[in-house]
Write a protein that binds this ligand. Structure first.
Ligand SMILES: [Ca+2]
Length: 362
């Protein structure tokens, strides 16, 4: 889960006196009810780490297109391990789905993409990452909130200081929750009295399901479905933001690859991540939840597609996506701008080799 939002920067942020800043933070934390004992335990990790700032600054624009990114992220290993995790935890997943409505494949896809099923949760001290980002200028308000939430997790006893380690941006646990989301949506699903999204798979997956459910997951509905689109489709309607009743697409000759499409009024949009000659998907209302999890359309489509594979769908038809990869034709560029509209980190900014042209692009 990526950090989102830019807060108001303070004039001297990142250049002031860190010790004075830390004292102010400690007072605010104490005033919010965090115990003196917890603040004493946390003190060694409330440090400034220039390496975190460097990594934050180096965050590049998302530059891979959907096929490149999904090829890389949905490895054979992630498919086979994902399938075995679903099979090996059938009882857990069935209890989670019963309570929260979110199917195993959706959760396991996030679990695999975020941390390789809990194997790579990051090893930087979380309080140091968050202190640094809260002191720095880019998003001080947002990360101050996350830092206070992390102190609350420590104070509540959900995690101990030595366990609070993760990536540079301060996410925690097997599905990489920011501390505020951990506080808000964390669930003690294994019943041991604490919410441990780091070591307890049951807690991590049930908390993720709880979060997705709160975002508005529609139980029993698909999220993404690969389709075949006829050449005479009104292509201006292919836009992730332009929803129509499913019957509209059935009327226009759109067919699903692996099952019949019911001509009903469920609102869906047609997503063409590589332009009209590449793969095509119907995005259902549940797909919107992916964009809440991560605003990148490339990541969201990859996570949703990975989940369809884990749920038994066939591998996508790659089509001939070269023209859009090279950004040479106007319809392709227009389509890709629409594709990019929801995402700061989408394919719109990826570099196209100059001067490549394909006669097939129209
Ligand atoms: Ca627990």
């Amino acid at each position: 889960m990526l950090a989102a939002g830019i807060g108001a920067a303070e004039a001297d942020c990142g250049h002031g006196d860190f010790s004075a800043w830390r004292e102010g933070l400690r007072q605010e934390a104490a005033a919010s009810g965090i115990s003196a004992a917890t603040l004493q335990i946390a003190a060694p990790d409330l440090r400034f780490d220039p390496g975190v700032v460097k990594r934050d600054r180096a965050q590049g624009v998302f530059s891979q297109d959907f096929l490149k990114f999904s090829d890389r992220m949905i490895s054979k290993n992630r498919l086979s391990v994902g399938a075995s995790r679903i099979a090996g935890n059938a009882g857990l997943f069935s209890r989670i789905e019963e309570q929260f409505g979110v199917p195993a494949a959706v959760l396991v896809a996030f679990w695999g993409l975020e941390t390789d099923f809990g194997a790579n949760i990051g090893d930087l001290p979380t309080l140091t990452s968050l202190s640094t980002l809260a002191f720095d200028c880019r998003r001080p308000d947002m990360f101050r909130t996350e830092l206070l939430s992390a102190l609350k997790l420590l104070d509540r006893g959900d995690l101990e200081l030595v366990e609070m380690r993760g990536p540079w941006a301060g996410e925690l646990g097997q599905t990489q929750f920011l501390p505020s989301k951990y506080i808000e949506f964390g669930v003690d699903f294994d019943g041991d009295g604490r919410i441990d999204m780091i070591r307890s798979t049951a807690d991590a997956l049930a908390s993720s399901a709880n979060y997705i459910s709160h975002l508005g997951w529609r139980r029993g509905e698909p999220w993404l479905q690969e389709v075949t689109v006829p050449a005479d489709f009104p292509w201006e309607e292919a836009d992730v933001l332009r929803k129509h009743p499913r019957s509209f697409f059935v009327d226009k000759g759109v067919t699903a690859r692996d099952r019949d499409l019911a001509p009903d009024d469920i609102p869906v949009s047609l997503v063409l991540p590589m332009g009209r000659s590449g793969p095509a998907f119907l995005a259902y209302p549940n797909f919107d939840l992916y964009l809440e999890w991560n605003r990148s359309l490339v990541y969201s489509t990859t996570a949703a597609y990975y989940a369809t594979l884990l749920a038994g769908a066939p591998k996508l038809k790659r089509g001939d996506a070269r023209c859009c990869r090279w950004r040479t034709s106007r319809p392709c560029r227009r389509g890709l701008r629409r594709w990019a509209i929801r995402s700061e980190r989408s394919t719109a900014s990826s570099a196209a080799p100059p001067g490549r042209r394909s006669a097939r692009c129209s």
